[in-house]
Design a protein around this ligand. Structure first.
Ligand code: COA
Length: 190
């Protein structure tokens, strides 16, 4: 959502492992960074074929649980709430869109000082160029439906919403409301 995650998940290492380990360790060729005045102010972490990253998040969750995550301050609350949400909802969010027209996926985040000056669009265009030269037909992403700025940004980059937003286990707004994942996708030919 563009703000530090500490209020929801204080254990920084496990958060970084869960959301970035696959991209830094297994597919660094699809990881781009944006610089401003000589400092890194953001990144796009991509995966050209989501079949390659299948199971990566589940592996990280298992690692975290085995290392005592369910008792560790700063993350235990999130994990238990997620488990209750999954039981109550009777379903969870799948790991990727699962539509063969859009095999690639991405995550993108900029620090406040890097936003609103075209760096996000620049990262996207560079990533699209790489995918086109690798003949990848399309790309998707999951964002929070509540992140209206991000949705507008992705729409301006050619993405459209795919299906209804889905309840995201564990995640809450600061006011305590459930959050939802919205899948978005675009073809790369145009
Ligand atoms: C969302 C984000 C990646 C956009 O990158 P950015 O560099 O700020 O965006 P750009 O400056 O390249 O803007 C490109 C276009 O996106 C749209 N856009 C960008 N930020 C917007 C905002 N806050 N509200 C509405 N539209 C926005 C505009 O149409 C803009 O085009 P314009 O400049 O011609 O008007 C970045 O702001 C960010 O990291 N935000 C916080 C983290 C986040 O929400 N990440 C997404 C998680 S899924």
């Amino acid at each position: 959502m563009g703000e530090p995650v500490d209020w929801l998940w204080r254990d920084r290492d496990s958060f970084a492992d869960l959301f970035t380990r696959y991209y830094t360790d297994r597919e660094p060729e699809s990881l781009l960074v944006a610089e401003r005045d000589g400092s890194v102010v953001g990144y796009l972490s991509g995966c050209a074929d989501s079949a390659r990253s299948h199971g990566a998040s589940a592996t990280e969750i298992r690692r975290l649980v085995v290392r005592g995550g369910l008792l560790r301050p700063g993350v235990a609350g999130f994990l238990w709430r997620s488990a209750f949400d999954i039981i109550r909802d009777g379903s969870t969010v799948q790991e990727d869109l699962g539509d063969g027209r859009f095999p690639a996926h991405l995550h993108i985040n900029l620090l406040p000082q890097g936003r609103g000056i075209g760096l996000g669009r620049g990262l996207m265009n560079r990533w699209f160029e790489g995918l086109r030269s690798a003949k990848v037909p399309g790309v998707h992403l999951g964002t929070f439906a509540e992140n209206r700025n991000a949705i507008r940004f992705f729409e301006s980059c050619g993405f459209t919403r795919q299906g209804q937003a889905i309840k995201a286990p564990g995640f809450r707004t600061r006011e305590g409301r459930r959050m939802h994942v919205q899948w978005m996708a675009r073809l790369l030919a145009s």
